[in-house]
Design a protein around this ligand. Structure first.
Ligand SMILES: Cc1ncc(COP(=O)(O)O)c(C=O)c1O
Length: 424
């Protein structure tokens, strides 16, 4: 077993908490040092969709990197093309034919913003550079993705150097229309949103018309629509993509997390021909990151998508999501649980100090993190979430292979952890 001093030395910013040492993972189970078992009901950072320990994914990565360890991203390898083909043929809406591969969610959103601005500049509209984000949202942690996001606590301390992109109110299409008018539509490149708000609110679902209203507003004002499917994509909400619930096709979609099932760093930018053609006509391209489209990551993506397809796991996410939501809904009886909500296996549990008035806990208590730590002590990992509209939430996002008994155990532990930390 690893000694504590070695584990403690791993942290970049020193902290009193020693991070867990994970020795092995299989299905939905993590084995911590010393043999303690933990249910991975958060799928790590809501990334693990096909479950841990899939030998075929690990072997695909090994074979790919054995054959070609590295060549520059624009060159072609078998795994790169195979992933683009799988995405085009079986996953993406037909309108989104153009695929760029990167190494994660922040890189994919950052690249999508660069793409949107480049699209307009190449078409002779350099004034269109603003990207409207949403209050209460999370799009990543590079400077540009923090700028477009509305996650106040993650932006804290950097506000003075972030680009001042406009923010639309949460799920209020009229509010967006007003912002477009007041900013001047001719200055706006794109609108970006998560289909279901994840890290910033704990699975907050928009009203039925919201996405189609936003699509219409973008169309009528010459603005590109970017859907951030980093968390919601690849089956997490019980459909291939979150926007599929509202039959909307964005101009640009980005993915990460579940695209490789968590087996390798991988993200994607998916765009229509309309978006890329002015860039091609202008003779420009898109600068790559050194590790974009890494063959090992692409091999992981191909293998993870195959598991999702072969085992019909997107449907499993829908049906198990309903089962899990029903089980977790019993937590709403708790005096501090305001709401349990979700789509597929993306489920949020919102915590409040006072249910009747909706008064949140004092932010200094960090109540969601305390509940997460307590649940972990009791053998269940869920992801802490919340900011803005829902300051304290737990995000449940397990592998789509989770069993009924694992769901029951998770619901029981979460109920106990909420009671232990928040009181009855
Ligand atoms: C919707 C969304 N976009 C972007 C990101 C950033 O992805 P990454 O952490 O892989 O950079 C996240 C991460 O949680 C996310 O949930």
């Amino acid at each position: 077993m690893m000694e504590e001093g070695r584990a403690a030395s791993f942290s970049f910013i020193p902290s009193v908490d020693v991070p867990p040492v994970v020795e092995r993972a299989e299905g939905c189970t993590l084995w911590f040092a010393g043999g303690r078992e933990v249910i991975d009901a958060g799928g790590g950072a809501v990334a693990v969709n096909i479950g841990h320990g899939r030998a075929e994914v690990a072997q695909a990565i090994a074979q790919a990197t054995q054959r070609v360890s590295y060549v520059i991203p624009p060159w072609v390898t078998e795994e790169r093309v195979a992933l683009v083909e799988a995405l085009r043929e079986r996953w993406l809406p037909p309108e989104l034919s153009q695929v760029a591969l990167v190494s994660g969610g922040s890189e994919s959103v950052d690249s999508a913003i660069r793409l949107a601005v480049s699209h307009h500049t190449s078409a002779g509209r350099p004034n269109r550079w603003k990207v409207i984000g949403r209050e209460t949202s999370y799009h990543g942690t590079t400077m540009t993705t923090l700028s477009v996001g509305g996650h106040r606590s993650r932006r804290r301390g950097f506000e003075h150097i972030l680009t001042d992109f406009p923010k639309m109110p949460v799920f209020d299409a009229e509010g967006l229309e007003k912002i477009i008018e007041s900013e001047n539509p001719e200055t706006i490149a794109a609108v970006i949103a998560e289909p279901v708000i994840g890290a910033a609110a704990g699975a907050l679902i928009p009203p039925d018309d919201w996405w189609s209203d936003v699509r219409e507003l973008c169309d009528s004002n010459g603005i590109l629509l970017i859907a951030d499917e980093v968390m919601t994509g690849f089956g997490r909400t019980g459909k291939k993509f979150g926007v599929d619930h509202w039959n909307v096709v964005p101009d640009i979609m980005v993915g990460g997390k579940g695209l490789s099932g968590g087996y390798a760093p991988l993200g994607g930018v998916f765009a229509s021909e309309k978006v890329v053609s002015p860039i091609a006509k202008g003779g420009s391209g898109m600068m790559f990151f050194t590790f974009s489209a890494h063959s090992g990551s692409c091999a992981a993506g191909v293998a993870a998508l195959k598991v999702l397809e072969d085992e019909d796991l997107v449907s499993a996410s829908a049906s198990k999501g309903e089962e899990f939501l029903t089980l977790l809904s019993s937590l709403e009886d708790h005096v501090h649980v305001r709401e349990v909500r979700g789509l597929g296996l993306m489920i949020g549990i919102e915590l409040v100090d006072d249910k009747e008035s909706g008064r949140p806990f004092n932010p200094s208590t960090g109540i969601a993190s305390q509940v997460v730590a307590e649940a972990l002590r009791r053998g269940v990992w869920v992801y802490p979430a919340g900011d803005g509209n829902a300051p304290d939430a737990l995000l449940v996002g397990p592998p789509f292979t989770i069993t009924t008994s694992e769901m029951e155990a998770t619901a029981r532990v979460l109920g106990d952890a909420v009671s232990a930390v928040c009181g009855d």
